[in-house]
Design a binder for this molecule. Sequence first.
Ligand code: UDP
Length: 327
Amino acid sequence: MQHVIVTGGAGYIGAHACKALSRAGFIPVAFDNLTTGWGQAVKFGPLFKGDLMDRAALDACFAQYQPVAVMHFAALSLVGESMTNPGKYWRTNVNGSLNLIEATLAAGVRNFVFSSTCATYGELDGVALDEDTPQTPINAYGGSKLAIEMMLRDFQKSSGLNSVIFRYFNVAGADPEGEVGEQHVPETHLIPLMLDAIEGKRPALTVFGSDYNTPDGTCIRDYVHVSDLVDAHVLGLRWLMDGKGSRVFCLGSGRGFSVREVIEASRIVTNREVPIIEGQRRAGDATSLVSGSHRAVSELGWTPDRSTLTKMIGDALLWSRKPRFEA
Ligand code: UDP
């Protein structure tokens, strides 16, 4: 069977990708330093404990497993933190990715799937975003991801590295079978924080800003189910292995929901009120980020049919009631 190196394979999205790869007949090798990921989330293939800053560790992993491709998830990904500590984001995300790309090329591998983000677009005033929309990021997280996209284009030209770049919208939910799910320390994401507030594990959810230029004053995001998202990665891997070359795909549901709409959906799914506090805006948050792209559907045959708010919140709730991973 063919191996695929999955950086960040012990993290939220990476662990779901490992499950999808394993189902598709590959052996996922989780390359992870376990600073934010969980050893217990690595269930579908081997764990190679290593850091992207450690080129020798990368070379050893490639030599041991002779992969056919790389899926690169490992990154710092918090918009708010990237505004207060931009150096950490530029250093970790960009330098780590450069090391990985160079190790990939040195090992003779030419198939690279990269996790990018709609945060590369910035503040575009409600425009539906697609692969051709200009990228003008407003936070260091988005900036660092855009730099890596640019790096991949340069290495395609210089060395024939073929990449599928996925620009994610807001990833949510959990494996519907409950094998893996979202567990961040500290948690900063809307849906898990909301479920914690409903279950009394925290006093309330703070709504970050009610004065945005949207119908209800709160930010609008496009939420996509993590299992749909990782299915697209397997399709992207096959695209590369079929020799179709480099391509960018947006991964969103195409529907935008405000923070208040997500709160209302959670109230309906759980039949419980969400205690909320009206807070200040969070630095770096764009008003609205919604995908207007059908490329992944039309070209990859992607079917994001789990990406409804009800399904995402329901699967996140199922996961939130499971025992936590332990370090
Ligand atoms: N949000 C919020 N309160 C929270 C966490 C998030 O109001 O405690 C809002 C945030 O401002 C954004 C949306 O929920 O508009 C999604 O944020 P999240 O951190 O989940 O994802 P991001 O958009 O940063 O990738």
